[in-house]
Design a protein around this ligand. Structure first.
Ligand SMILES: Cc1ncc(COP(=O)(O)O)c(C=O)c1O
Length: 396
């Protein structure tokens, strides 16, 4: 009676992690440090609280589903500054839709893109492997068949676009890309993104570019965004939806605030879908988000903090576990031989909670390519990062 497709989804990685480490209690002299979830635990700027407080008179009003004009304008202005876009390329009224974090728009993207024809073969949804779980759930529940594109060391930790055949591309209705990538931190360059967008246009599918880690990077130059490609190709956002969030950039995962930017047609569909299915962003959240997108100083500080954490990681782990400093994002992706064994051990003996790479990855016939890996999210302060990674280096 109920939806079998939901039943068929694999358990979320953190549920599987809880099962893996259940029964093990870290020694009491080892205060637990949770580096499993990608939840930045730095403090967002204090003005967030002040702005939310200042709008406390708004709880008795329904907020607009497409966000406040100020919010949309702040997003468009940020995109224009960040990606050096031509003035006027991003129309805040027709090209921006708010979302509860980027998760919500990543999910909805599949509903607006996938249109199964009952008589024909199932549409395809392309995604990197490892992947953010929402890509799969959204695609399957919208009626598509997910296709997992290996993003291993051999392909620079990005999906190999050469592996896509014209037949596959013709059946494709959505393709998810993540840059900087979770968990490997690889950044897609201009040529890669240009190729992906041209494929989307040629085969008429929606390219969904998950750029939620765009502001956390260790390179001198900020990661390229898909909008830069759209600008270079003439400015149209056809076949493109880019998802951004304040969760990582502004260390505000609890605010649940993000947005997507895309063609007027896609944004119109998203807003229609939102009207039927979503809770609109509360006014206080919109005001805080507007201020956050308009401020860069807290983002510069946050980026410097992540760099200091990667310095610690490099000092403690370089030369072991195939350590490398990722171009972007805030994860370590370490080859520890057997990710599940290492995860159990780190928890039971070290009180450090990490995630087995296999839980983020789908495998077919052969062994899971991420089975040797663990993912460590550098989301705590400097002192506990140092403490946790010292334990990792000692235990593994
Ligand atoms: C790759 C990726 N995309 C999207 C998200 C969603 O984050 P949020 O909904 O907080 O913006 C996450 C969160 O961890 C993520 O890792």
């Amino acid at each position: 009676m109920l939806n079998q497709r939901i039943e068929g989804l694999r358990d979320y990685p953190f549920r599987r992690l809880a099962d893996l480490i259940s029964g093990a209690t870290p020694a009491s002299n080892r205060p637990p440090i949770d580096l499993a979830v990608g939840e930045p635990r730095h403090q967002p700027p204090a003005f967030v609280g002040d702005l939310i407080d200042a709008r406390r008179d708004s709880w008795n009003r329904y907020p607009p589903i497409n966000g406040t004009p100020e919010f949309r304008a702040a997003c468009a202005a940020w995109l224009t500054r960040r990606y050096k876009l031509p003035a006027g390329m991003i129309d805040p009224e027709t090209m921006i839709a708010p979302s509860a974090g980027s998760r919500e728009s990543l999910y909805m993207a599949a509903t607006i893109a996938i249109n199964p024809d009952e008589a024909g073969p199932k549409p395809l949804a392309l995604m990197p492997n490892p992947f953010y779980q929402v890509y799969v759930g959204a695609s399957v529940l919208a009626g598509a068949e997910p296709v997992f594109l290996a993003a291993t060391k051999a392909s620079g930790f990005l999906p190999d676009l050469d592996a896509l055949t014209p037949e596959m591309l013709d059946r494709t209705q959505i393709m998810y890309l993540c840059t900087p990538a979770n968990p490997q931190g690889a950044v897609a360059d201009f040529a890669y993104l240009e190729r992906a967008l041209k494929l989307a246009r040629k085969h008429d599918f929606l390219l969904v570019s998950d750029e939620c880690y765009s502001e956390i990077y260790s390179t001198d130059v900020a990661p390229t965004g898909s909008l830069e490609i759209a600008a270079a190709l003439g400015g149209s956002l056809d076949n493109l939806l880019v998802c951004h969030t304040l969760s990582k950039r502004s260390s505000a995962p609890g605010l649940r605030s993000g947005f997507s930017v895309g063609s007027p047609q896609a944004i119109n569909l998203l807003n229609r879908l939102r009207a039927y299915s979503c809770a609109a962003t509360p006014f206080p959240t919109s005001d805080a988000a507007t201020a956050l997108w308009s401020d860069e100083s807290h983002v510069d500080e946050t980026r410097a903090l992540y760099r200091a954490k990667f310095d610690i990681a490099e000092r403690l782990l370089a030369g072991r576990f195939d350590f490398y400093r990722p171009q972007g994002g805030f994860y370590l992706w370490l080859n520890v031989g057997d990710g599940e064994v290492a995860t159990r051990r780190l928890w039971a003996e070290g009180g450090v909670k990490v995630l087995p790479g296999a839980y983020l990855t789908k495998h077919g016939e052969g062994p899971n390519p991420s089975q040797p890996y663990i993912r460590i999210a550098l989301v705590t302060d400097l002192a506990s990062t140092e403490e946790a990674l010292t334990r990792v280096a000692a235990l593994l």
